[in-house]
Design a protein around this ligand. Structure first.
Ligand code: PRP
Length: 220
């Protein structure tokens, strides 16, 4: 019997850039993805994998609906979209932080009801609920840092990786909410149907992630 073709939904952009080397170290042929141009779906010519390139929130939708077997996506998106699929591996890349940020004029203790801009309304609501604060949340699709700069919002809840966007836009961090990293998630049914193939890929990737982490520690 031929091996099943596993459908892997990979988040386009930063996640893709950081995860392709890991997949390659694990022996997965990613040459077609590397030379993708504007294509969005690729069969591996040498292995039983199909890659789907999608935006993070859509990766969770592909997984939930069974249109992908494996998803590679940030934990920020998994939490925000309340993913119910199996998270099997922290890939150790895409490490960032959720922060509350704004201009220097922002006063987090001010008694007025705050307006918060974010791509993550659920995470933002949970954070302010924990603080016992009722805030107005404005959903923004990108370049969230614009919100406090333009007066659209008093502050933002967003992820920061290098801190460059915050710095270059003269914002400052007022609080750290939770860490984020890239995860490998599996559709529940796919795990039942393709257990051997999925665990074999996960084991290979886990070995790469551990080896990279050990290398980092030894270079400290
Ligand atoms: C994310 C995030 C910040 C930026 C932070 O946006 O929303 O804007 O990265 O990264 P840094 O700390 O390394 O500067 P993304 O690049 O995904 O684009 P977007 O703003 O269009 O959503």
């Amino acid at each position: 019997m031929s091996e099943p073709r596993l459908k892997i939904a990979l988040t386009k952009g930063r996640v893709e850039t950081q995860v392709l080397p890991l997949l390659e170290q694990a022996g997965v042929d990613c040459s077609l993805v590397r030379h993708k141009q504007r294509r969005l779906i690729f069969d591996s010519t040498t292995q039983p994998y199909e890659f789907i390139l999608a935006k993070g929130p859509d990766v969770t939708t592909f997984l939930e609906r069974g249109a992908a077997d494996i998803g590679i996506v940030g934990s920020d998106i998994l939490v925000e979209h309340q993913s119910t699929q199996y998270e099997l591996l922290d890939l150790g890349v895409g490490q960032c932080q959720f922060v509350l940020a704004s201009t220097a004029a922002f006063d987090p203790q001010a008694p007025q009801r705050k307006i918060i801009g974010t791509k993550y309304p659920l995470i933002t609501k949970r954070y302010f609920d924990r603080l016992g604060q009722d805030v107005e949340i404005i959903k923004i699709e990108g370049s969230v840092e614009l919100a406090p700069l333009t007066g659209l919002a008093d502050a933002i809840v967003d992820i920061t990786e290098t801190g460059t966007t915050i710095r270059e836009n003269h914002l400052q961090i007022y609080d750290y909410l939770q860490p984020v990293s890239t995860r490998l998630v599996v559709n529940r049914l796919a795990l039942k149907q393709h257990q051997t193939a999925i665990f074999s890929l996960v084991d290979q990737l886990a070995a790469v992630v551990n080896a990279n982490a050990e290398k980092e520690v030894s270079q400290l």
